[in-house]
Design a binder for this molecule. Structure first.
Ligand SMILES: [Ca+2]
Ligand SMILES: [Ca+2]
Ligand SMILES: [Ca+2]
Length: 548
């Protein structure tokens, strides 16, 4: 998030395969033909490739061209980072717009102005920790708390730093949000409730009225290259001003030291568990490599470094993970979900996206999302048709696929909103209980199923209407079936090689309670229009503690 202007351009790669196998240990996906009849299929993705007789699959497997071919299965091993972060569900309340817990700090509040302060604060977040936990979220992403400019004019645009990304003092909590003691209390109370906290960290730029900007002794702290003109030029992206925001010169060692010291100060002062790095594609890779290494040196390997690169190309996003960031937002998948579920694209696109997972150092560490504060809300992106069903379908996907899911405040009540700042409307609590309950079913299921936290992901089916995949971990298999069409669909879906499921085993759809029995190594699954099914083994179903 930079400012009032969307920082969005997207590049898609062509899919490399129609079958993907991803997870804690991703297996390189390769082009895999449909399972042929009366032949043996050799998995090409593993040096220990085995021959898979077609008799392992149900009879329809050989009759359909839609069946995913089998791939070799690797065993999962869960690192200590993964053990800590794999189970998380992140929640992002934009502080000023979430909840007003302290009217005494409501300076210049104007709720009718979408770029003014609306009165939300850290106390409001603290007061709602039980609400957030009740959704099944386990980790807070806290918007930037730095003291921000009360008023900024950039060209024709005038606004306030209500969002936190226009810093005027790196070592002070903004007076609208609260105090450093509130920040400490937020983290300690979250910890008491078993929740983690990730701090939004802004290193690319400062506000135009930051004191450094007119300080001659700080001239070399900034690039002086003017604004970005060509958003396809990587040099300009890193070295010019984004939307009028003075661009820090991170190659200046004094700037580097200041930013590192300040980041560590916030983390240590508050006791946070990780940082979310803003606008990473506007800072060069050398900086990130050194910065991530220095943060890890100080905070340890299990500290979360999450990068935000608003880019649709896995090759670009993965570059920052190779710089040392544990995770990046899965913007490529975000765009695919928008186009496919939001706008009625072919369900095959979901499979094509996962087929690119081998481009990431570890796709299972990525943070998945349906919404954030930069783009129009999911609900506004649904061709105005069946929006709530599509939102639920999107939730079914990100709460069960590989990665760490995140929820933008208001997703749980299907809030609407156009582009920035309309996507930051005041939080609407409790307005859509059926959506909230759907989310809670999914988070409760995820919390009870190691397969959904750590499991390797394998595609089970793709065609234009249906996408299905399984997640497997230590003998547990969960299966998700998404019907992206406007008609009821039934598919006889073969189990993938090595499945712990056997004929006669029963799978329960946690969303409806419907049961399905494995027969002839297949699951015959009917799915209503624009509906998902999240299937867990009946023997594990009783372990789910559904939140209310
Ligand atoms: Ca307030
Ligand atoms: Ca301020
Ligand atoms: Ca920059």
């Amino acid at each position: 998030m930079i400012s009032g202007v969307s920082d969005n351009f997207r590049v898609f790669n062509q899919p490399v395969s129609n079958v993907s196998v991803t997870g804690a240990k991703a297996v390189a996906a390769e082009s895999a033909p449909a399972l042929p009849a009366d032949t043996l299929t050799k998995s090409k993705s593993d040096s220990s490739a085995r021959l898979i007789p077609k008799s392992l699959f149900c009879s329809t497997a050989a009759k359909t061209e839609e069946t995913a071919s089998a791939s070799a299965v690797t065993t999962n091993s869960v690192s200590s980072w993964q053990a800590k972060w794999g189970p998380q569900v992140i929640y992002f309340p934009l502080t000023d717009r979430f909840s007003d817990g302290d009217p005494s700090n409501n300076f210049n509040v104007d709720k009718n102005n979408p770029t003014a302060y609306h009165g939300g604060d850290l106390r409001g977040v603290i007061n709602n920790l039980d609400y957030i936990k009740g959704l099944g979220a386990t980790c807070l992403w806290v918007a930037p708390m730095y003291d921000n400019a009360d008023k900024v004019r950039m060209g024709d645009y005038e606004g306030t730093g209500y969002h936190g990304y226009w810093i005027t003092d790196h070592y002070k909590v903004d007076e609208h949000q609260g105090t450093i003691n509130d920040a400490k209390e937020l983290v300690s109370k979250a910890h008491e409730k078993g929740m983690k906290v990730v701090l939004d960290t802004v290193l690319n730029h400062v506000a135009p009225n930051h004191p450094w900007v007119n300080d001659p002794s700080k001239h070399d702290w900034f690039h002086h290259n003017g604004g970005i003109q060509n958003w396809d030029d990587p040099w300009q992206l890193e070295n010019r001003d984004v939307c009028g925001l003075p661009d820090l010169n991170q190659s200046n060692p004094e700037v580097y030291k200041y930013l590192l010291d300040n980041t560590l100060w916030w983390v240590k002062e508050t006791g946070a568990d990780g940082i979310r790095l803003d606008a990473i594609k506007h800072v060069d890779h050398q900086f990130w490599q050194k910065f991530c290494a220095d943060i890890k040196k100080e905070m340890g390997d299990d500290f979360m470094i999450l990068g935000e690169a608003l880019h649709g190309d896995p090759n670009v996003v993965s570059g920052y993970m190779r710089d040392g960031m544990d995770s990046c937002f899965d913007m490529p998948l975000y765009y695919t979900i928008r186009d496919t579920i939001g706008k009625d694209g072919s369900a095959r696109e979901i499979g094509k996206r996962f087929a690119e997972d081998s481009k990431y150092p570890d796709a299972s560490k990525m943070v998945t999302l349906l919404d954030n504060h930069d783009f129009e809300r999911f609900m506004n992106n649904t061709n105005n048709s069946r929006g709530e069903d599509k939102l639920k379908l999107g939730m079914d996907l990100i709460m069960t696929c590989r990665g760490i899911p995140s929820v933008y405040y208001g997703d749980e009540t299907a809030m609407v909103g156009g582009g920035d700042p309309d996507n930051r409307r005041d939080m609407e609590f409790g307005t859509k209980p059926h959506i909230t309950e759907h989310l809670q079913k999914l988070t409760s299921t995820r919390a009870a199923m190691p397969a959904l936290q750590f499991g390797q992901q394998m595609e089970m089916w793709q065609d234009d209407q249906i996408y299905a995949f399984c997640r497997r971990h230590e003998g547990q298999e969960c299966i998700t079936v998404l019907n992206n069409s406007y008609d009821h669909q039934t598919r006889n879906i073969p189990l993938r090689e090595g499945s712990p499921l056997h004929n006669g085993d029963v799978m329960v759809d946690v969303l409806t309670g419907d049961k399905f029995t494995v027969n002839n190594n297949c699951l015959n699954i009917g799915t209503a229009d624009k509906q998902g099914r999240v299937l867990v083994p009946e023997k594990d179903y009783g372990n789910i503690q559904f939140k209310k």
